[in-house]
Each structure stands twice: as C-alpha cells, then as structure tokens.
Design a protein around this ligand. Structure first.
Ligand code: GCV
Length: 682
C-alpha cells in the first residue's frame, strides 16, 4: 500500500524517457512567456512540465528566464533577455477559445498560444505528447479547442480506502477515514490534466459513514489542500454529497427539499463549505437509487431535490450534477411489465425544463448499467430543455475487472456518434453533451475511473489505455480510437513499430472479443452476482434487480417492443421503429429488444443458437491469439509490464473458457439443439 511520500508508482504516459529528437530539441533551448501572470500556478506547472519533458526526452536543459518558473533564480536572466533568445514562447492570444491552445512553429520558434492558463497547460502537454510520439513539430500549426465543457473523472473511493468497483488496489485519496494528500495526489493531477480532464469527484456516489462528514470541519483542511493541488492543474474539485446530510449531520428529522428547515441548514452549510474549499466546483448526487436517500421519500420530484441544492450553491458558482440512475431495485422477477430499462427516462423526462440552469443531469450511456453492449439511453437527447452529461465507466465492472483486456474507447466512440434524432443537424450524443444541440454550457462527459494505489495505477497496465483514452476523447471527440491507442502505446510502452502494431492488434478488437465470450447480442448480465466477474447465466435471473434474460426452452431475450414493455418507444423516430421491429433491429442488440426463438435466422445465415455457440468458441480462440501476440513482445517492452500482463492473460483465458462452456452448455441444455460443428458442450 502506498502511503506518505513512498514514491513507487509509475509515471504512466508521462515517463519522459529518451526519444528520437527529429529536430524537436532545438525548440526547447529557452522558454519565455508573454502576456500571462508569471506567478500563476498553472503556468508554473506547465513550464515545469516542459522543462522536465525536454530534459528527459531530448536531453535539453531549457533555460527559462521569467519569474514563477523553477529555474528563474538559477538562470538569473531577465524577462527581456529571455524574450530575445527564446525558442519556445508561451503567448497569450485572446483569439484562441477558452481552454484551447494553438501550437505554432514559425521562423525557428515554437509558440504555445492560449487565452487562459488552462489552455496553455493543455498546449504544453500536447507539445510533450508530440515529442514523446517522436513527431516533428517543424511546420506545426494546430489549434485545438475542447469539445466538451466538463470533462470529468468520478471516483468511487471510500474513506476506509476501499474502492467500490475498484480493480487496481485501494484508494490513494483516502486511508483510515482520512484524506490523503501527498506526491501521488500531484502525479494524479498531472496525469489527468495532461489528457484534458478539468473536473474530478474524489468520493463514491454512495456517500456513507465518514464520507458524509467531508463537508465538515473534520476534513476541510485536507480537502482544501487537495482541491488546491487540483486547481494548480486546472482541475475543479467536486464531492459526492449525501442527500440526507440534514438528518445525519444537521439533526433535522427531514431531507424534504421544500422544508424551510432543510433549506436553511443547507444554506448555512454551503456558505461554510465554499468558504473553506475555495476551488470547489460543486457536487455529484446519487439520490433515490439503490438505497440512497432522496426527494421521493418526501413525495417530491428529482427536480425539487436538485433545484433546492442548485439554488443554494449558485451564488458560489457551484453546480449540482444529479445522477439519473434511478430505478426500482426491488423488482419481482415474475413481473414482466416493470422494465428497469425504462426507468431513467420515465423518472426524468416529465420534468424536462424544470431543472435549474446550474443542474446537470448525468446519464449513464445505456439504460441498464455499463454492460458490454446495450443501446444508448433514450434520455440523451430525449431531454430537450435540460443540461445533460454522459456517464461512462472505465472501471471494468462488467467488462473484465482489469483482468481481461477490454479497450473501451471504440465503445465510447459508438456512443458519441449515436444519432438520437432529437434535432436536425445537431443530434448525436456528442452534439448533446457538448452543448451544440441546445446551445448550453453546463454539459459534458464523466467516466467512473479505474485507478487505485497499485504501482501501475490501473491494475492491468493495458487498462491505462482507457484511463488515458477517455480524457483524450472527452477533449477531442473526433479522435479515432486507433489514434488515441497509437499515442498511448508510443508514450507508455514503446515507439518500436512492431510493438505499436501488435498492441493495437490486441487491443482494438478487445471489446468485441470480450463480448463474444460473454453475454450475447445485447442481453447483458449473466455475471456472478455482486462481484460481476465471471459467468453465472442465471445469477440475476430470479433476483430483485430487474436484469433478466428470460431464456426458456424456445428462446431468449426481453420483449421491449410495443408489444412488450414499450421501451423501444422512448426513442425518437426512426430509432423507435428500427428497434421495435425484429427485422430492422441491429442484430448486436437483438436480445435486448426482442424475445427471439433459438431457431431464428440471423442475417449471417446462422440460427440464433448457432450464433451463440460460434461466438463463444470464437471468443476463446481470439483470446488465445491475443496471448500469442503478447508473447511475441517479450523483450521488447519492460519485463515488469510484460510479466504482469502475461499473468492477467492467463486469468482472462480461464475466464473466457468458463464463460464459453457455461453459456454454451446452458443454452444447449435449455434448447436441446446441438452445435452444428459438434464441438464439446457439456
Ligand atoms: C456506486 C451499479 C454498481 C454499483 C454503483 C451503481 C451506481 O449498480 O454495481 O456499485 O454504485 O451502479 O452507478 O451508482
């Protein structure tokens, strides 16, 4: 376990190891700055990073002559001198949009131009990325403006230092019910700032026990210290809030959002909190969900709850991010009418337009819960007058626990590209969450993060591609999953073309591979209850969670058409009709929307049952191929990484075989239909 200053963790993609210069070294000889306040901490951090990167990657000791910079005293030169001889110029340029940057090479000088310090920091990291990827900066003229206003990581860390759905060790934010601030905090901030993250929630949305007290004197000092470090990297600090704090902290017998006592308590509390934690961006709230308290208890709406808090934090510039993961988690499995998939939309759509300006509804990508494949939540774009944020999960809760390799950026691309048909010309999910659809500013994207205090941060070294990739994609939605992966490999593993190519071959299709050996055609689940790793076909079939596959001896799937639960009708046309009709429904979502006979003929010319058998055999074969590819890299990447990943691959193969054999045997036994290819099924 990492404690105090025990600096053992890796530097991920900011290793700053020696690189081929390709002419880049000459630009890093001396750095100057024009138009920015030299004492600004973000600027200072940008410069420190440039100096460190130039030294490590290019062997150049950058001279830097302006105040606020680490080497100012050493160099002893004046600002004026430094401007004359500078090769790298950080320049204020009001024409560059907020948080954006322009990298420009001109007359032998390189400029990082930005209108604010955050943009400058992102520009510095972009330049270092180019150097790390051994791309020449000569002739460069590139302007990049972030697509999404809010780009956040949500951590589900608990104060006892466990992490809900964490697969990379324990929390580095908390230990023994205390807030931990050390060098690792700073490194975390550097990493996430380097990929453009500008907001972080440090504690679990299930706010219990000591975490409720994070908004009290008990923790203010440490929390403010952490928030200050984040601020120095352009990151707004957020906390998850216990909706029932009035009861648990305030001694009031209610959390009714319309009760004057409740409102009064929160007013006083927020004045205190924003005073003590100046860099606080606001709060994330999980209410009326999975046992968490909320306004429903008092017969109030979600809007009543969110607006009450939002109005109170507004004077401090705060926002309330309100999660839409509200559903009946005590369902009777015999009940075919209640459909968990419907719940988000049903609970939130009727109050569209009622949410105040500084409320953002945070919506999981699918209507269920981060399955390997599910449709896009119809709330995204369905809400026409409400600020929306997309929530995805890079913690691999249902996608292999960072044991199995599952590069998720292709899935996130699919989600962002989905056409909701909410507004002509600006109707993709990317449009909605960037603010292009509604012209609003309080929008964005958040991921449930996959980090912990393991030395390599993400348990499996390859899972760091998701940690890296989410930020890159959140900043620039148009980047392809391959471009992002390419960068990450070159910055983290090696710039050797063979390594780059082979790792891409392993990772790019890994989501489909995982899908092949787990639950078929969008039906989801079939996982071991509670842990959510490994196969258990009926694990949740007779439970209260609303997550059923409804397999019988004739077929499988949930009828969510107009003849079933009607979920398909929550979409705009033509999506509603496309999903409603078994013939037009995308086949990879077939079992999500329809109850389908095993003998149903798919467009591939295979029956459904044969598809299930084939995809499961194929999935295991693909894992075997991935492993062979990985083994070909021995000696070409760091031994430590090679070996750790190799061990995880052994576990993945075991897992894949269990899934294959359990799923195939289950459906063979249910259907009585043999595999055409007569392979081993039990
Ligand atoms: C933080 C799922 C997970 C829970 C998680 C919840 C949520 O149900 O299994 O661990 O709780 O989603 O997103 O709030």
């Amino acid at each position: 376990m990492v404690t105090g200053m025990d600096n053992k963790w890796t530097q991920l993609w900011l290793k700053y190891e020696a690189k081929k210069a390709n002419g880049n070294d000459k630009y890093f000889k001396s750095i100057s700055c024009q138009g920015f306040d030299y004492n600004n901490k973000i600027l200072k951090n940008a410069v420190d990073e440039l100096i460190k990167g130039a030294k490590g990657m290019l062997g150049v000791t950058a001279e830097c002559g302006f105040t606020g910079c680490q080497t100012a005293e050493e160099s002893g030169s004046t600002v004026k001198d430094s401007l004359l001889k500078a090769t790298l110029i950080l320049e204020k340029d009001e024409t560059v949009a907020a948080e954006g940057y322009r990298l420009l090479e001109k007359d032998g000088c390189l400029y990082i131009k930005a209108s604010d310090e955050k943009g400058l920091l992102y520009g510095a990291f972009a330049l270092l990325r180019a150097v790390a990827c051994e791309k020449t900066v000569r002739g460069m003229d590139k302007t990049v403006i972030p697509d999404n206003p809010l780009r956040m990581y949500n951590h589900w860390d608990n104060m006892d230092n466990s992490i809900e759905r964490g697969y990379s060790g324990d929390s580095f934010f908390f230990e023994n019910n205390e807030v931990v601030v050390n060098e690792r905090t700073r490194d975390y901030a550097r990493f996430v700032a380097s990929i453009g993250i500008n907001g972080v929630v440090i504690n679990n949305v299930n706010v219990k026990n000591c975490a409720t007290w994070l908004i009290t004197d008990r923790y203010f000092e440490k929390v403010a210290e952490m928030a200050e470090i984040f601020a120095e990297y352009g990151i707004k600090f957020f906390l998850s809030l216990n909706y029932a704090a009035t009861i648990e902290l305030g001694g009031i017998d209610s959390a009714d959002p319309l009760d004057e006592r409740v409102i009064g308590w929160w007013k006083q509390k927020m004045a205190e909190v924003f005073d003590r934690i100046p860099n606080l961006g606001g709060f994330l709230v999980k209410a009326d969900s999975e046992g968490r308290p909320g306004p429903f208890t008092y017969g109030r709406t979600q809007a009543d709850g969110a607006n009450m808090l939002a109005d109170i934090v507004k004077p401090y510039g705060g926002i309330i991010i309100w999660r839409c993961f509200v559903y009946n988690c005590t369902q009777d499995w015999r009940d075919y009418k209640t459909d968990r998939a419907r719940a988000g939309y049903d609970n939130f759509i009727k109050m569209d337009g009622d949410y105040h300006d500084n409320v953002i509804l945070q919506i999981k990508n699918g209507p269920m819960d981060f399955q390997i494949r599910e449709p896009i939540s119809p709330l995204l774009g369905g809400l026409k007058k409400t600020n929306q944020m997309l929530e995805v999960q890079i913690a691999q809760e249902y996608t292999g626990h960072q044991i199995d390799v599952c590069y998720l950026i292709p899935m996130f691309k699919e989600i962002l590209d989905f056409k909701t048909y909410c507004k002509e010309g600006a109707d993709t999910v990317a449009d909605v969450i960037s603010g292009r659809t509604l012209g609003n500013k309080n929008t964005g994207i958040a991921a449930v993060c996959n980090t912990g205090n393991d030395n390599n941060w993400t348990g499996n070294d390859l899972a760091a591609a998701n940690f890296y990739g989410f930020g890159r994609l959140a900043f620039t939605t148009a980047l392809s999953a391959e471009e992002i992966l390419d960068e990450w490999i070159r910055m983290t593993l090696s710039t050797d073309e063979d390594v780059v190519g082979t790792v891409k071959e392993i990772m790019l299709p890994s989501r489909e591979v995982y899908e092949n050996y787990t639950s078929p055609l969008g039906i989801g689940w079939m996982v071991t209850p509670h842990t959510h790793y490994g196969c258990s076909v009926d694990g949740y079939e007779y439970s209260r969670w609303g997550t059923y596959h409804r397999a019988d001896h004739l077929g499988i799937g949930v009828d969510r058409s107009d003849k079933g639960t009607g979920y398909a009708q929550q979409y705009f046309e033509p999506n509603a009709s496309i999903y409603n009709n078994i013939e037009s429904c995308p086949e990879n979502l077939l079992l999500f929307f329809h109850h389908v006979p095993y003998t149903y003929m798919l467009k591939t010319g295979k029956t459904l049952i044969q598809h299930i058998y084939d995809s499961h055999f194929e999935g295991v074969m693909q894992v075997e191929e991935m492993i062979a590819k990985w083994k070909s890299l021995k000696g070409k990447i760091a031994d430590e990484v090679y070996e750790l990943v190799e061990k995880r691959f052994d576990l993945q193969l075991y897992n894949a075989k269990e899934w294959r054999d359990q799923v195939n045997s289950y459906f063979w036994r249910k259907s009585g239909i043999a595999d055409e290819k007569k392979r081993a099924i039990y």
